[in-house]
Write a protein that binds this ligand. Structure first.
Ligand SMILES: [Zn+2]
Length: 147
């Protein structure tokens, strides 16, 4: 599979997942829990439903972020910059590109960047995961009033 084919495939995948998630989120709460109305439900059920939804929202943001990066990578590909490190101008290792399709840094530059900012080396994937953790913690705290 060529790089550009992989990028387009990932782009399509992401667009489909995002569309599906957006449709899920648009559904009224009472409908997706299968109850008559919000007021008939135990507050804890509503809380867990809301929690699931917030998780979906967080995931959606991450997917949109990834799509943005994949689009960037396609742009770079079209201008002949794909697979070339943004920082040092050397070719990015093939294995690294295969692991992080939309990376803009070679592993050496990524490591240096990590030292400076204490961010994980696989910046695209791991920083997304970190954002998700943070979001969930805030949401959990936000729902304490249900207890
Ligand atoms: Zn580099």
């Amino acid at each position: 599979m060529t790089d550009i084919y992989k990028l387009w495939t990932r782009k399509e995948e992401l667009e489909n997942i995002i569309k599906k998630k957006q449709e899920d989120i648009m559904q009224p709460l009472s409908q997706s829990t299968g109850e008559l109305s919000l007021y008939d439900q135990h507050p804890a059920d509503i809380a867990s439903e809301l929690y699931e939804r917030e998780k979906d929202n967080g995931l959606l943001e991450l997917l949109e972020l990834e799509l943005e990066k994949v689009n960037d990578a396609i742009k770079r590909y079209n201008s002949g910059q794909y697979g070339i490190c943004e920082r040092c101008g050397k070719s990015i290792e093939k294995a690294r590109l295969e692991r992080v399709l939309n990376t803009t840094l070679c592993s050496e530059c990524a490591r240096q960047k990590q030292d400076k900012t204490t961010r994980p080396a696989e910046e695209d994937i791991l920083s997304s995961a970190r954002m998700a953790d943070k979001g969930e913690a805030i949401q959990v705290a936000g729902y304490e009033f249900y207890e």
